[in-house]
Every structure is written in structure tokens, then in C-alpha cells.
Design a protein around this ligand. Structure first.
Ligand SMILES: [Zn+2]
Length: 213
């Protein structure tokens, strides 16, 4: 039976410790966005499958005037970063502009550039770094692959929802990068007070994880 990962709109009221957010954008005339929410456990041990610790995912598209779109992008970043008085761990990703992308009208030809500039500025104001990903980086996340992972949907690179799809591709690409990096640099878990390694030495036994002392 095919798995289906939970597609949900995350509520700020459900924020807890050990939540990691990925917010990815595909900037343009229609701006796609995708949100992944994972437990830190996805990255605390190298053998763990990241997607088995995915709490929820969601994606969508923002239309309207460019300034309205920018308001909504900024609100998404803020909402995931500051669910309450504490900030959460959030990575923001967007697709870099490729000069070969000469599609669209004169007016919105460069809108991805403008949108990325504002997202970058918004991230900086919030103490975040915007990660720009190449358009080509996402191509491995095909519709069939996303469905096989459990991101169930009718994904199409050209039809309706193509911008949400592109954003989801970027989010999943970023997740895979973070997971790969965590294999040699595992994440600590938090109990709300302190932080600890996800290993047996936390229980006073012989350590079974390769981590700094
Ligand atoms: Zn240990």
C-alpha cells in the first residue's frame, strides 16, 4: 500500500520544541510555496528516515499584485519563524533566477528577481539566511517520485498548480540536503530546558552515536 504523508495546514498554536520548518518558494507571477514540518528526530541519528519524522506538509500558490504577494510571503516566513514568543528553527529556500527564463510579459519578466530580493531582506530582518537553489536542483523530484514519497497529488510541471509543485520540489530537495549533512553532524534534541544527543549515553549507557563530546 502506498503511504500518504499528512497534508495539513500547520497551526501556530501547535508549536512545540523539536520542530523544524522548511519553507520554499518558487517566485514569479504566480508564486508557489511549500512548507514541511519535521521533528528534530529526523536528523538526530544517521540511520533514521527523514520522512518518517515528517509531521505535516502543505503547499499553495500566491497570486495578486506583486506587493500583495510580498506581504503574503513575509507573513508565511514570520508565521513559521515566530509561532509564539519563541522562534522556531526555520530554513527558507527560493529558486534562483536564471537569465534563460525569458517567459512572461515585460512587466513580470523580472518579478522573481524582485521577489527574491524582498524575501532575502525579510529573512535578514528576522535573523535568517535565504538559501537560493538552482532551478535544475529540483528536477530529480519528479511527480512520480513525490507521490512515491507520500506527497500525494496530481503534480504537473506545466499545468495547474505548477508553481506549488516547483516549490514542493525545492522543499524536498532542501530536506534531502539537510538530512545528508546531518549524517555526519547529527542534531541535538531538546526537552524544552536543555539539549542532548539522541544516543544511549543520554541514558548512561555506552554511546551508540558518533557525536562531539
Ligand atoms: Zn552519545
Amino acid at each position: 500500500m502506498a503511504i500518504s504523508l499528512p497534508r495539513n495546514k500547520w497551526r501556530r498554536s501547535s508549536a512545540t520544541v523539536n520542530q523544524y520548518h522548511i519553507l520554499a518558494f518558487d517566485p514569479g507571477g504566480t508564486t508557489g510555496w511549500a512548507h514541511l514540518l519535521l521533528d528534530y528526530k529526523a536528523f538526530s541519528r544517521p540511520e533514521t528516515k527523514a520522512l518518517s519524522w515528517l509531521d505535516s506538509w502543505h503547499c499553495g500558490e500566491i497570486t495578486g499584485s506583486e506587493l500583495d504577494k510580498l506581504d503574503k510571503c513575509a507573513a508565511l516566513i514570520w508565521g513559521f519563524h515566530f509561532p509564539n514568543e519563541f522562534n522556531s528553527r526555520l530554513d527558507v529556500v527560493s529558486e534562483g533566477f536564471d537569465l534563460k527564463q525569458l517567459i512572461g510579459s515585460q512587466a513580470n519578466l523580472l518579478s522573481p528577481v524582485r521577489i527574491n530580493a524582498v524575501i532575502n531582506w525579510e529573512c535578514r530582518k528576522q535573523g535568517l539566511e535565504l538559501h537560493i537553489q538552482d532551478r535544475s536542483a529540483r528536477s530529480a523530484q519528479t511527480p512520480a517520485r513525490l507521490n512515491a514519497f507520500g506527497f500525494t497529488g496530481k503534480w504537473s510541471p506545466n499545468g495547474t498548480g505548477k508553481d506549488a509543485f516547483a516549490a514542493l520540489q525545492h522543499a524536498v530537495t532542501w530536506l534531502r540536503r539537510v538530512k545528508e549533512k546531518s549524517k555526519s553532524q547529527p542534531w541535538k534534541l531538546s526537552d524544552g530546558v536543555g539539549r542532548y544527543w539522541d544516543c544511549a549515553c543520554y541514558e548512561g549507557e555506552l554511546c551508540d552515536l558518533n557525536h562531539p563530546k
